[in-house]
Write a protein that binds this ligand. Sequence first.
Ligand code: ADP
Ligand code: ZN
Ligand code: ZN
Length: 714
Amino acid sequence: MSVQISVLVQTPAHSPLAEPLTYQSELPLAAGTLVRVPLGQSETLGVVWELQLGAAADPPPVPHKTIKPITSVLEGVAPLSKAWRQMVAFSASYYQRSLGEVALSALPPQLKSLDATQMQRRLRRKPPAASASQDAQAAESSPSPWALPELTPAQAEVLQRMDHASEHPGPFLLFGATGSGKTEVYLRAVQKVLESDPQAQALVMVPEINLTPQLEARFAHRFAQLLGSRFLPDTLVSMHSGMTGPQRLKSWLAAHQGQARIVLGTRMAIFASMPHLQLIVVDEEHDPSYKQQEGARYSARDLAVFRGRLENAPVILGSATPSLESWHHSRAAAEGGRYLRLEMPDRVGGHSNFPLVRRVDMNHQPKGAVFSQPLLQAIQERVARGEQCMILLNRRGYAPVLQCSDCDWKSECTHCSAYRVFHKIDRTLRCHHCGFTERVPRHCPACGNPDIRPLGRGTEQLEEHLSELLHAVARPDGSPVRVARIDADTTQKKGTLESQLASVHAGDVDVLVGTQMIAKGHDFRGITLVAALNPDGALFSSDFRAPERLFSLLLQAAGRAGRSPDLSAQSEMWVQTHHPQHPLYAALKAHNYPEFARQQLAEREQSALPPFSYQALLRADARTQEVAQGFLSAARLAATQLPAAEHVSCFAAVPLTIQRVANVERAQMLLESTSRTALQHHLSQWHSLLHALKKDPAHKGVIRWAVDVDPLAI
Ligand code: ADP
Ligand code: ZN
Ligand code: ZN
């Protein structure tokens, strides 16, 4: 006599198969068990699910004869824990996606392609047990006794306050200046949970893949020393999208089976199965990379807070420029704050003061100047002394537009409402939105004029320009100045970013030019001057989060300067601006994030923007704007009928800033409410109406639609 079980399988985003499917099994199977099941003509991975958890309604009764039996159980892999299942259920419901999609995309892709026999073989492959990693061997054989660095008073106090869970269990917002030693706090917090319980696991998240190797090396080094021969190859594993299928499966299994004591990863790691999870760290918690931008558009930072509460594990959010959401949540408890704010305002050792911020009023410089005279002079002086400089410009390529000197022609992309960027290195025009690339035409395609000119500047041109400007300057040893560039164009090949960063660290580069890619996280030791050439754009952006991102970027960038105690020169952060009196730059000059946050939160409160309200977007893509907006307007009308409608404002449909990409017209509609519960309630009821609308022949031109809850860009 067989039993009926419910199983989640990977379902297309908006298919009606969104809920668990029913199968037969010889034996009852625990929820969370991984199984292989027949689906249509093929066979797929599934997760046994309890119906109470997140399913909208009981599935319609199925006549017994038609229920298919499962194919097999993935033996040897323990069921996914209740907490993991609860997190998946929460994510699916909060971010308005199907359970099957969220559950299955949280598992490593390779797990889906192995059948039960292959899985058995995979599991029998034991990790090389006794051969500890090189670091561990080095630590064991190292003759000199090894000691942990002595904590600074600020670090010691922060750790001590985190220990008093009875007073405040967290989440903790570690508000620590760049270079204040936040990583050491993470290391100690992880060490403490690992020492307190031989099974305990810790999850440490970083925003970007290119920051993982650096942090991984630091963690591996520390824990190899601490654990000695108990530091096995699987003790510390990574999880990010740059890994191969087999690597990801290996890390996932190590975490799921408990061998991995530390999991280090990007946003996807928030879904790692960790049965003994006891600590979550989110480094640079303000970083927009924690928000997934397709499928289930989850915020890994927010899910970390949810998961910590669910699993009773403390959560540490760390940043020098916290998100205004987290900052607001960490206001005094008496004012309703839920997070505990812990501060480390000073750099370790106090050796290097924070860089001096210098604003150059570009209104007093020749029109169109890229480098103001004083900045150029400062760069020349520094490189002549053998110091390094970093120049930021948030635009890659040679010039953002090519223009005909005679007629109106500009290098528009034929598929997008955007200009194609001129890349001089291969003389191409490239669209940064759809990828459409062509050779630069010899003559204006409109009037035949051979004189077509670059308009504006990108990093490629800056590199060239700077090499010319510094031509006459020599380094202390008399050799010529070396200018290098790091951006998405120079780092396409695997390994190039690492080698380029290494040459900066080695001092082989005097002036580094790049996009925001180089502004974050890197522990450059020789840089004493950082300059942002043209940051004003974000001051007057229609996106209310633009100033927050700008302030954070500039403060992070400033944090790259003056990190070495050996450099006696006062380090500097230069900002070229047409608005030197802007309060954002004043707060930057004072290194005063709290003041900046106060200004911004006051503005947000006045306009009832997040964190004082909650938002969601409905987006639609279609061949024409009319069709896309037609769908959104119909959706808006449908929403007015819903019970929570009076608590949710629903704005009119508008085209996206870049309205057309790859010949697809894009539109969106904003929903806003002062109550998160009301908004959630509204969205969940709206969802089935949206499915129905999409099926309506009137909207058959809609290519896709999606809901984005707590969107980062409006
Ligand atoms: P943050 O992550 O806050 O920017 P880091 O953790 O990278 O700062 O620390 C900055 C520098 O100070 C690093 O080189 C680190 O090794 C060093 N450091 C951190 N804590 C200590 C300490 N207690 N004693 C000595 N050096 C420390
Ligand atoms: Zn022309
Ligand atoms: Zn394009």
